[in-house]
Every structure is written in C-alpha cells, then in structure tokens.
Design a protein around this ligand. Sequence first.
Ligand code: OGA
Ligand code: NI
Length: 359
Amino acid sequence: MVGAEADNSNLEWSLPVPSVQELAKQQPDTVPSRYIVDDMDCSITTVDTDSSDDHHVPLIDMTKLVNPDSHNEELQKLHSAFKHWGLFQLINHGVPDEIIRNMKEEIQNFFDLPLQEKKRSAQKPGSLEGYGQAFVTSEDQKLPWNDMIFLKALPVQNKNVSIWPQKPPKFRETLENYSEEMRKIAVTLARFMAMGLEIEAEEICKAYQGGRYEVRMNLYPPCPEPERVIGISPHADNSGITLLLECGNTPGLQFLKDGRWVTVVPIDDAIVVNIGQISEIMSNGIYKAPDHRAVVNRLKDRMSIVMFCYPDSSINVGPAKELISSGNPPLYKTLTHAEYLHTFTKRSLDIPFIDLLKI
Ligand code: OGA
Ligand code: NI
C-alpha cells in the first residue's frame, strides 16, 4: 500500500524516510540533494533586524486575562492578536513547571534513544501515528530537515498504545499529564476567543473539553547548510488551536506576516498559540490561520512539542451563526468534521487547503 506507486492523493500516511538525526550525527559537510530546497524565501524578519512593533509577535498574559481588573484590556489584545497575526506567545499560563520540565526532558530522552529503540514506535503503513515524517507521498519529493513523532493523546480512547513509546519509562505518563494541561488551556482560550468574537462560548468550550488532542514532537538536528533546507515547509495548521512549546532557546519557528517571515524569539516556558483553519472558518475569516514554517540551525538542534487541538467531532466545521447576516454572508462552507478531515487528507499539496473551503 505504501510505496512509490502509492495513491499520492491521500495524506493520511507518509512514506518512510531516513532519520535526519542519524544523518546529522555523521557531521556531513554538505546536505544530500533530497533536502535542498532552492526556492527558500529568505525575506526573514527577526526582532533583531526590525524592532518596529509590527514585527513583534504579540504577548498575552493569562493572569491578566483572568483578573477582572485587567480582563477587558487583555481580551482586546487577544482579539487583536488573533485578528492581525493569528498567534501570540502566552505567558503565565498556569501549567505547573514540573509538567513542562518533565515533558521537555522526556522528549529529549526519547530522541536520545538508539534509532532501533525509537523505531519500535515507527509509523505503520497507512498511518501517520508514530515516529517518522508527515506528508511525504513520493520518492522524489524534497524532505524536511526534521524527525518527528506524532501521537493521538485525547480523548483517551483514541490513544494507540501500541505506538506510544515504552521508553523512556516515564514518557507515557508525562505526555498524558501534559495533554490534560493543554486541554485546559485550549478550553480557556476557546472561551476568550468566543468572547473576542462575541459569539456563544459555552458550546465551543464544551467542544474543546471533549475534543481531540494530537501531538507532534519535532527534532530539528544541526545542519551544515541551514539556508538551503527547510525544517517544516510553510503551512497553516488544520487544527482549531495549536499550542507549541519550545524546548530550548534556539529560534526556528517563523510566521508569515504582511508578506515577511517573522521569527518567534523563544521565551522560557511560554506557549506559542496559533489558530488553525477550523478557527478561521468558525470566525468567518475574522481570524486567519497564519502560515508558518521552521528553519534550522547550523550548530544547535532544536525541539518543539506541538499540540493540535480540535473541537469535538460532533460539531460541524463552519462559520458561527452569530457572525452571519445578510450583510455578512458566510465566506466558508459548513462541513461535518468528517467531511472537513476528508477534504484535508485528499487535498493536493499544491493548493492551499483553506481555498477548498471558501465559498
Ligand atoms: C507543526 C509546526 C513548527 C515548529 O508541527 O505544525 O508548525 O517550530 N511546527 O516546530
Ligand atoms: Ni504547524
């Protein structure tokens, strides 16, 4: 089923690829051609080179959001961040330090295991879950400078325990605890998102409470020619909300803002929040799911833990009814959750997915 002749119109699985970590261990002077992308757009903005406010990723403080004295102002900031950027860095989010620390340690320990051990969690033909790569559908496709493990975390009945790593020994328990914390944050952010959009919050919060949580843990090894490869190609997430934790202070994540790539400068233990296409659709385009990518570093590796949060699949994916009126027609189709995911996995990689959903 999975092979060079496989049906490349299906993105529910990915071809097996070599480990970039193993490749990098050999300390090559140059990068194999399969990783070289020649059309890298280098119009990179960082706060070091451009310190105007327009190019600072917004910062949201959870304690200010929940404090009645500062709530209104911070909510306005959150709404504006989602509207103009589709993202922000979230500080004081209330996730216990220990849970964050343990999760970072366990993913480091996982990637430090011998390849053979990691391969016990390797993706199986026909599935994206496990250790491997995503969206590789042909043998001549360019490859990202990235190794990853992708796991379904919540609801618990979605967990595919046979794929969850048994080593390091505390990995499973740590990821379970971490996922519960991410669920709490997603539910809270869904409430503030609804408040920002002035739509009914209860149903949305319930949908995130019972929603799907899937984690992609990324390793970007050091690369001898970082300007010629890409860690993750530009994309927007198909989630509702994405919560990304940086495991160190090496930057790599970039968002497209007004046609320029803006680097996210890691802040210790902050969570990078970005919306995915489900929220873009729900907001009828008031919020936009931002395009983003990861670049890599010559000397240092980088790891990220990315939780994709989806509302409960019994909820349709479509514009919120309060945002639709004769003057504000729906800009996106309403699909069942299953239809939405089907459209995503059957899409061609050449067309922006969101375009398939526009009216
Ligand atoms: C992703 C993603 C970026 C990063 O996994 O969808 O955008 O910096 N990751 O790891
Ligand atoms: Ni992403």
